[in-house]
Design a protein around this ligand. Sequence first.
Ligand code: SF4
Ligand code: SF4
Length: 278
Amino acid sequence: MTLAEIFAQSGAAMWGTCAFDELNMEENRRAQALSLCENAQGVFVAAYPYFAGQRPGNLSLYARGEDYHRVLLRRLNQVVLSLQELYPGYRFVPGSDNSPLDERQCARLAGVGIHGKNGLVIVEPYGSWVFLGTILTDLPLPSAAVPAPDCLNCGACVRACPGGALGAQPFDESRCLSALTQKKGALSPEETALLAAHPLIWGCDICQQVCPYNQRAVCSPLPDLTGSGDLPYLDSLTPEDLEGLSNRTFRAKYGDRAFAWRGPAVLRRNLELKKQQN
Ligand code: SF4
Ligand code: SF4
């Protein structure tokens, strides 16, 4: 099989490679990467689409299917098996959102997608509704001759961002509602007001929903990310869904979802804020 066939078979909508030495990394992250793959030389980066249509609900679209960390690792492990056959003797370390690599930077160098002002990578025809996965390797790999381009720079995402997170340079995560929905502990009055007015109890899709590239995004063919596989798509959580759940029973019920790692307390708080608002 060729590399193109291997990635296509894993469900990747787009893939590319970059040279490890060209990555701009903090020293501790570089050391972490080298502890995973001594003599790292390159990175494969691949994009997996997850859009299942715009449907009502109170969870961000990325969190409605099976936990993407698990899905991507499963799909990347499939790629790794084929790479080991193609390049025996080399090391391949898959990662998804949990590796020392900056996936967006890898995608940029690899020429994967279009890079949005909202910080997301757009892969047509799926828009920015894609997850990025990486495979770190000691196989020497080149970066793309031309890095991935920037988006239209229309500014719609900056104008629509409720917290003003995108107006700031660099991105101000403390003002991002996606981060706020996950924040534990006391909230300031401003944060409370932002969360109460926000339609979702987990995540935020606004800077994606307004992006012109996403207006004609097509649905992903990948069943595990779109609820057509073993795990049903979950649009919303209600207070009743969480009633009586301890941390342990919450994880037993929702452990295969991307929102499960934070436990039930923040979700209950966010649902309560909605109730007070209504
Ligand atoms: S996810 Fe929401 S709050 Fe965060 S940058 Fe995008 S629009 Fe702003
Ligand atoms: S909304 Fe406009 S500025 Fe923002 S990512 Fe999309 S094209 Fe770029």
